[in-house]
Design a protein around this ligand. Sequence first.
Ligand SMILES: [Ca+2]
Ligand SMILES: [Ca+2]
Length: 149
Amino acid sequence: MRTRMLAAAVATAAATTVALLPTQAQAAGSIHLYKVYYDSPGSDTRSNSSLNAEYVQIKNSTSSAVQLKGYTVRDNTGYTYTFPSYKISAGKTVKVHTGKGTQSPGHVYWGRGSYVWNNDKDTVTLRTASGAFRDSCSYNSTRYDYKMC
Ligand SMILES: [Ca+2]
Ligand SMILES: [Ca+2]
């Protein structure tokens, strides 16, 4: 009887530890900027496909899905994209394309008719729906077409 109670106590302790794990993993992860592809391949013709080859990629490194509705991506000039309802799964990324398109898993569209990310230098700023700062990513080089943030 005593042994059985001890086993039950150990099982309870183990269950408590498991229940705490997601919180700890979430604290380790974040919603952050992953990559900015600021000079789309080829001539900058402003075609929609060229505009969409310019994008900012955001990653969810937490262990939970996160609703991004109201999150904003802003450039140095102040051009701002506000996320519609979009749930990003744990460990996944989403690209914010500059041009027009239909939202699909991993892709949302700013809907602009001109580029937003300067080819030489700019700063990407990511904020939550309440305006809290999440991340920023700056670059200052024409040697590369993109930057891993
Ligand atoms: Ca280009
Ligand atoms: Ca800009």
